[in-house]
Design a protein around this ligand. Structure first.
Ligand SMILES: C[S@@+](CC[C@H](N)C(=O)[O-])C[C@H]1O[C@@H](n2cnc3c(N)ncnc32)[C@H](O)[C@@H]1O
Ligand SMILES: [Zn+2]
Length: 252
């Protein structure tokens, strides 16, 4: 499937996306979106907002519209008695989006009220990034927490997704090393790719951008998890863990 949001549609189309922004209090938030885009441009669906610190999903309803080269989405979060809304506006202009490179835009909404306030909170506007990798979605992993899982089969040697995000000198449990003291902190599906000792994918560095991409090591079926062997590219891991991948012998 090569369809992207800005493409012409003649029928309703389901699409999985991952959105990212940093909340006003510094929390990194990942939105797992399962949307349906109607032929007339109307958009609706479900969102789970996953905070990096605990991985607990917070559900929201999404509705919106593709209008020319813009996507407007309203996210409505209901926590029992309170409802909060956030508006996302994204630029769909057809620049290069190889391997699921991101759409950029802004999210406007209310910051969570803090304990010292009287329940009111100031509106906030933050940059928002949204990624689409046609073959992938975010889902629970049998190995650990959330994982990136195949929505469609992928042939051996095909690129499954690209890794992109801010580049810095610090290695983290989520970052991808591209060189000594150069690590990409992924804002898309890469953030959720688990390690496996017999992985489904390997890292290949893009010849133009030098950014990592994940390439299928064999023919992969829908439902398989996108994994790579952290030990081949990351050196000493930033976060130690006891490997729970399906392999019988573990490297980590
Ligand atoms: C890039 S994150 C992967 C996404 C993670 N599953 C989540 O829900 O946030 C890397 C972290 O996931 C966990 N992890 C990844 N692969 C694992 C594995 N094979 N066995 C156990 N834990 C793993 C470790 O805590 C590791 O530091
Ligand atoms: Zn393992």
């Amino acid at each position: 499937m090569t369809l992207f949001l800005g493409a012409t549609r003649s029928a309703s189309v389901p699409v999985h996306l991952i959105g990212f922004h940093v909340a006003a209090d510094g929390t990194r938030l990942y939105d797992r979106l399962a949307l349906v885009i109607e032929a007339d441009g109307r958009v609706s669906g479900q969102v789970d907002r996953i905070a990096e610190r605990d991985g607990v999903p917070r559900p929201a309803e999404a509705r919106g519209m593709v209008m020319g080269e813009q996507l407007a989405l309203m996210l409505e979060f209901s926590d029992g008695s309170t409802t909060t809304e956030a508006g996302v506006m994204l630029d769909l202009a057809p620049e290069a989006r190889r391997h699921g490179a991101a759409l950029v835009g802004r999210i406007a909404g209310q910051a969570a009220p803090d304990a010292s306030s009287d329940g009111e909170s100031a509106p906030t506007v933050q940059p928002y990034v949204m990624a689409h990798a046609p073959a992938a979605r975010l889902d629970r992993s049998p190995t650990h927490g959330w994982g990136t899982v195949l929505e469609l089969p992928v042939a051996a040697g095909e690129t499954v997704l690209g890794i992109f995000g801010p580049i810095g000198a610090r290695q983290t449990p989520y970052s991808f090393r591209t060189d000594d003291d150069r690590h990409v902190e992924p804002t898309g599906y890469g953030h959720f790719v688990n390690h496996a000792c017999e992985p489904s994918c390997e890292i290949v560095y893009d010849s133009e951008t030098a950014l990592p991409t994940l390439v299928a090591l064999r023919d992969l079926a829908a439902g398989e998890e996108v994994t790579f062997d952290y030990t081949r590219t990351e050196g000493d891991l930033a976060g130690a863990f006891d490997c729970r991948c399906p392999a019988l012998v573990h490297k980590v």
